[in-house]
Design a protein around this ligand. Structure first.
Ligand SMILES: O=c1ccn([C@@H]2O[C@H](COP(=O)(O)O)[C@@H](O)[C@H]2O)c(=O)[nH]1
Length: 285
């Protein structure tokens, strides 16, 4: 019998120890420059290292946005890899927001790159897009389970354009409903053990009444529910209550700009993250 802890076990342990916040690292030009740094590779590195110092061992989950590293080419990706290494070594889980999704052998390769046992500087979890069909994600979902990692599948995204795809109904079920059903089935074994499963969902804090309108049972998913959109996109603690209802205890509220705005001072950044996490913990308990 394997003794490797599951992603669900590791997530529960980390949030129990450090609180529910998922802090984003989104080094976009305006933010990097607002920290008094040049928007170049050195600036990216300084920004990222400050975030790692502030959050590593203090925040349960950190979500670097891959795009902001990829924009600097392979050297930018190396900065991301260093951050993944250092955050994990400090006891913080890393969720790389890369929103991968493709078919067949290509999806196999994405899965190996982010979730494989031999993947270089692999994170604890990755975001994936189900819009080539939930089943197209099978390689990532299965490999994550085997290697004790997680996937977060986009269900109801925080952007205003999301509903045109995610609310669409086919054969009496919404597209988001199909994603929820898939995640619920894939987490069933963990649910039977009374543990959180390895398939999480992304449901924005800004989705209003969509969960209720579409009749989605998020508590039954038995997976972590990443809730981006808190802070800069207008999502509030009250919104989280309304959106998630009886699934609130599985929510990971995610915030990037709202927290990062406290930089560049590492202590101020850490304090902002701690205050945000405490406020979220009070709400979720
Ligand atoms: O539905 C989604 C999925 C992902 N995101 C990502 O989260 C952060 C949000 O940043 P804020 O500064 O807290 O608005 C960013 O990386 C997005 O790509 C999302 O916003 N919504």
């Amino acid at each position: 019998m394997s003794t490797t802890p599951t992603f669900g076990q590791r997530l529960r342990e980390a949030t129990g120890r450090l609180g529910p916040l998922c802090a984003g690292i989104d080094p976009h030009r305006a933010l990097v420059e607002s920290w008094g740094l040049a928007y170049d590779l050195d600036g990216l590195r300084a920004f990222t290292r400050a975030c790692v110092e502030a959050f590593g061992g203090h925040v349960a989950v950190v979500k670097p946005q891959s795009a902001f590293f990829e924009v600097f080419g392979s050297a930018g990706v190396a900065v991301l890899e260093e951050a993944v290494r250092d955050l994990r070594a400090a006891g913080t889980l890393v969720l790389v927001d890369a929103k991968r999704g493709d078919i067949g052998t290509t999806m196999d390769a994405y899965a190996e790159a982010f979730l494989g046992k031999d993947a270089v500087d692999a994170p604890d979890a990755v975001t994936v897009s189900p819009y080539l069909g939930y089943g197209s994600l099978r390689p990532a979902i299965d490999l994550a389970e085997q290697t004790g990692r997680g996937v977060f599948v986009l269900a109801l995204t925080s952007n205003p354009e999301g509903p045109e795809v995610q609310h669409a109904v086919r054969d009496g079920r919404s597209v988001a409903g199909t994603v929820v059903a898939g995640a619920t089935a894939d987490n069933a074994t963990a649910a039977a053990r009374g543990e959180l499963g390895h398939v999480g969902l992304v449901v924005g804090a800004t989705v209003g009444t969509a969960v209720q309108d579409l009749g989605l049972d998020l508590a039954a998913v038995n997976g972590a529910l990443l809730a981006p959109g808190v802070g800069a996109q207008g999502g509030t603690a009250e919104d989280l209550k309304r959106v998630f209802g009886d699934a609130l205890s599985n929510v990971l509220p995610a915030s990037s700009r709202e927290v990062l705005g406290a930089g560049p001072d590492v202590v101020a950044l850490r304090d902002r993250a701690a205050r945000t996490s405490e406020a979220m913990a009070a709400l979720l308990s």
